[in-house]
Design a protein around this ligand. Sequence first.
Ligand SMILES: [Cu+2]
Length: 218
Amino acid sequence: MRSAGPLFVAVTLTAALAAAGTLQGKVAVLEKDGRPAQDLGEAVVWVEGPKSRVRASSATVNMKSKAFVPRVTVVAVGGSVEFPNLDSIFHNVFSVSGENRFDLQLYKKPKSASKLFEHPGIVRIYCNIHPQMSGFVLVRDNPFWARVGSDGGFSIAEVPAGTWVLKAWHERAGEGAQTVQVQETGATTASFTLDASKFKRAPHKNKFGKDYEAGEKY
Ligand SMILES: [Cu+2]
């Protein structure tokens, strides 16, 4: 059989430049006993595949009352996240998530530090002092992503026409994926049901890969 691969790719790219549609739908996250999750607004959907230049963006994640606020943040590759400490106690935000690992060391109010993210992926952030502090920075290599609304709805505009992988993610349910065909105009609909029923909050290690010491000292 003759391969039509390169021709197909060329045609797809040409179409992508010429036309774009909207991807919309709903995300449901089910807890134990099929109860709907109350924090759907922490879910994110994104499109994998289309190449598009991203505008470097920045975001702020406050460390406040021993929590990362907001808990889930999305930035583009090349974007930075500012981590001001609004507490009068020390925090030490860090991550050991692959190529995005970082360590901003100890500081307290009114200091801040920032991290520039260069690799797409899901970055888990923790504090090296307080094991209960956790959050996520999702780093995307194209602008085709959306936060899910509190009703589960989402809409991603101007997605290039073509066949792509649409992903939906929620902290307690992980990732769902499906192939979508975005038309040259109009809307394409996709829905997800993510399973959070088996989620268990497990202890994690500190930045040295060791267990946290019992009892907080700060
Ligand atoms: Cu802390």
